[in-house]
Design a protein around this ligand. Structure first.
Ligand SMILES: Cc1cc2nc3c(=O)[nH]c(=O)nc-3n(C[C@H](O)[C@H](O)[C@H](O)COP(=O)(O)OP(=O)(O)OC[C@H]3O[C@@H](n4cnc5c(N)ncnc54)[C@H](O)[C@@H]3O)c2cc1C
Length: 389
């Protein structure tokens, strides 16, 4: 009889694990806490060759995966080009990635509205416990339940995400809404603006429903901005006065928080980027946290993706790391310790590399107020959103 894997979390990591284990002959059941399909959410993500290979391996349809950019361009405060670095890369959307993976999992193996709360195990298998009091028995339990993982909380209660002291503001603008001159300068490239103390990156992604036709694509705007613990607490407080713990749902971000961000944007950013913000859908922010786990297994239970380790987004590794975890798990599913031994050091490398890139943003350099005099600019452009140094 096929061995049975239970997967907590139906985002990219959980779906990748399910697809890879299915391919290796396992029966899988995916349990996602959210009540409705996750499709339609998220913003942009970058792809790497390893991610594309992993998608191919699990049998995903790679047709029209995303937008191909040829180069990276750094701009200064006045909007001038500081430097250009050839770097072909496909940039796509979280939604696109989720849809092509979701299609690989049969509907009767994909369960919405099922929150895993913990696990128990014995010599014969592992039992996943759910918030409604029910249990399901299997041969392997995969904790792909994100950076606030319930599985990790039981396995490694001391591993807690740490706030990095800054947030990322994201916004999506429709290509057709961009002023023509802004679109001509910024849209086709993977853009950077890297003055001392803040950083912008931006790139084109598909439009809704993976529309890649001219005019219907979107621009993905990403702005790293400092916010100390007090400022973050205020930003996480909604208009009703409720303070959210780690992140706040985008519609609940207060208007005055958005107004302050827009005012800062006008003060700090090149005019092309404020023009992009002006035509964007409501921007939203995510506080930057990271963590990594010293082990990724406990008996028949494994951690995968963000549940195991979050590398800050500078390395663009969230999806690719989850894919690499999933492929390694499919090979070593009968030996979780071997899986952990391979993936812990790989995850830690991404975590440390992302921390290094993050620290470069906040190195005080009065000579680089305009983004044109960043001594590390070419390294930042070379190392951002790639797999290894
Ligand atoms: C809706 C959504 C949109 C995203 N958009 C982007 C984006 O635009 N760009 C980007 O770089 N990254 C995005 N991410 C994060 C990105 O998916 C991850 O960084 C990376 O792909 C690793 O994925 P993961 O599956 O390990 O973790 P996550 O993507 O965080 O997924 C964890 C999943 O587990 C579910 N879950 C949590 N707790 C439980 C539980 N107790 N029981 C069952 N299920 C549970 C969550 O609902 C979620 O679906 C997004 C994540 C989500 C959930």
């Amino acid at each position: 009889m096929a061995r049975h894997a239970l997967i907590a979390g139906g985002s990219i990591g959980g779906l990748f694990a399910a697809a890879a284990l299915q391919k290796a002959g396992w029966t899988v059941d995916v349990f996602e806490r959210t009540e409705v399909e996750l499709a339609g959410r998220g913003a942009g993500i970058v792809t790497h060759d390893t991610l594309i290979d992993a998608l191919r391996h699990v049998g995903a349809d790679l047709t029209d995966l995303g937008v191909q950019v040829a180069e990276r361009t750094a701009f200064d405060k006045a909007g001038g080009v500081v430097t250009v670095l050839p770097h072909p890369q496909i940039v796509t959307s979280w939604d696109r990635m989720h849809r092509i993976l979701r299609r690989l999992i049969p509907d009767d193996r994909h369960h919405l509205g099922r929150a895993v709360t913990g696990y128990a195990q014995d010599a014969d298998g592992v039992v996943a416990q759910f918030s409604d009091g029910s249990t399901v028995r299997g041969d392997l339990l995969v904790g792909a339940d994100g950076f606030r993982s319930a599985i990790r909380a039981q396995m490694l209660p001391d591993v807690q995400p740490t706030y990095a002291g800054y947030v990322v503001w994201r916004a999506l603008a429709q290509e057709r809404d961009l002023p023509a001159d802004v679109a001509a300068r910024v849209f086709p490239t993977f853009a950077f603006f890297a003055p001392s103390g803040t950083q912008i990156i931006g790139y084109p992604i598909a439009g809704r429903d993976n529309d890649l036709s001219l005019g219907n694509r979107r621009y993905n705007f990403v702005w790293y901005a400092p916010a100390d613990a007090d400022a973050l607490r205020d930003m996480l407080t909604d208009a009703a006065g409720h303070q959210h713990a780690i992140s706040i749902p985008p519609p609940l971000v207060r208007d005055d928080v958005l107004d302050a961000m827009q005012a800062n944007a006008r003060r700090i950013l090149p005019p092309d980027f404020t023009a992009i913000l002006d035509v964007s859908e409501r921007p939203f922010f995510t506080p930057i946290y990271d963590h990594h786990s010293p082990v990724m297994h406990d008996g028949r239970v494994v951690l995968l993706g963000d549940a195991a380790c979050v590398a800050r987004p500078h390395v663009g590794m969230g999806v690719t790391k989850a894919a690499e975890d999933a492929l390694a798990l499919a090979v070593h599913a009968d030996d979780p310790a071997a899986y952990s031994a391979i993936r812990v050091p790989a995850s830690e490398r991404a975590y440390l590399r992302a921390r290094k890139l993050g620290s470069w943003i906040f190195q005080d350099d009065p000579a680089n107020a305009d983004g044109a005099h960043n001594a590390r600019l070419r390294d930042i452009m070379r190392l951002t959103a790639v797999t290894e140094d």
